[in-house]
Design a protein around this ligand. Structure first.
Ligand SMILES: NC(=O)c1ccc[n+]([C@@H]2O[C@H](COP(=O)([O-])OP(=O)(O)OC[C@H]3O[C@@H](n4cnc5c(N)ncnc54)[C@H](O)[C@@H]3O)[C@@H](O)[C@H]2O)c1
Length: 265
């Protein structure tokens, strides 16, 4: 699928990796993007930058907390009111704060689920401009492995894999014409990874922070943001329905989740 002339929503798109997904889509010919994010100040900055680089008619910021259903629905509504179509949804909004695990589950998982529902059941059927629409869900390499310091965050990212592979099945595609792809960035240099000690659940986990930093550091340090959006583009352009893509340390690769029978000990 080409993103040329398509319309996208990026949740959590005002800053961090999400903002760079928006830039990458626009660089590849996207017609317009909505940034749905809680942070109005960052949203304004993002709109100014995109307007300057691509044109003011290319971007809309909608102040949105993805955990508040009306607000998320409003971001979808405003998108089609302004741009007339909706073809791509990038479910990127996320936090990594173990101490607020219930809120984190609401943002990382429930926000993504409701966004998938809005896209597949309501908006894509009426507003996609081509034959097919795409959802990109954002998991993480910690959605694919055990992470002692971040069990609750890791759980949300494992759940995204289950959600995406179940939605991304031929049975669902047949009736929705929506392709679901998932990307799993490795540790990436954004505010999400800062101040880790205060994001741990309690003292016991805090003591493990050093070990986590070692885990972050396959390459000694987290990757920079710039390469991650290339994975999102590759998954949109080439990824089959239900496919899962990892991006870490300058490498993009697709993974094939094992059948449980192959996992038998
Ligand atoms: N940085 C990493 O190492 C890394 C690795 C793998 C996956 N991820 C995932 O990538 C996504 C983006 O992370 P990031 O590193 O850019 O983080 P970030 O903290 O830099 O940016 C997150 C963005 O989401 C927004 N946001 C937070 N809560 C929100 C809510 N309730 N509703 C709407 N917007 C909200 C923030 O305002 C911010 O603009 C997250 O889902 C994260 O879990 C990050």
């Amino acid at each position: 699928m080409s993103v040329e002339n398509k319309v996208a929503i990026v949740t959590g798109g005002a800053s961090g990796i999400g903002f760079h997904y928006a830039l990458e889509l626009l660089q590849n010919g996207l017609r317009a993007v909505t940034l749905a994010d809680t942070d109005a100040a960052k949203g304004e900055e993002a709109v100014a930058k995109i307007s300057n680089d691509f044109g003011a008619d290319k971007v809309l910021f909608v102040k949105t907390d993805v955990t508040v259903k009306d607000q998320l629905a409003n971001a979808f509504k405003q998108t089609v009111e302004k741009f007339g179509n909706l073809d791509i949804v990038i479910n990127n909004a996320g936090v990594m704060v173990e101490a607020i695990w219930e809120k984190m589950i609401n943002i990382n998982l429930n926000g993504t689920i409701y966004s998938c529902i809005l896209a597949m059941e309501e908006y894509f059927p009426k507003y996609k401009s081509g034959d097919e629409a795409v959802i990109v869900n954002i998991s993480s390499t910690v959605g694919l492995q055990a992470v002692p310091i971040l069990p609750f965050y890791s759980a949300t990212k494992h759940a995204i894999i289950g959600l995406s592979t179940s939605l991304g099945t031929p049975q669902n595609y047949a009736t929705t014409k929506t392709r679901i792809v998932t990307i799993c960035p490795g540790p990436t240099d954004t505010p999400l990874l800062q101040d880790l000690e205060n994001k741990a659940f309690n003292e016991r986990y805090r003591a493990l922070t050093g070990a986590f930093l070692k885990f972050v550091g396959d390459a000694g340090k987290p990757q920079t943001i710039d390469f991650v959006p290339k994975c999102m583009m590759k998954a949109i352009q080439e990824g089959s329905n239900g496919s899962i893509w990892v991006v870490e340390n300058g490498e993009i690769y697709e993974i094939a989740p094992a059948d449980r029978k192959d996992m038998k000990k």
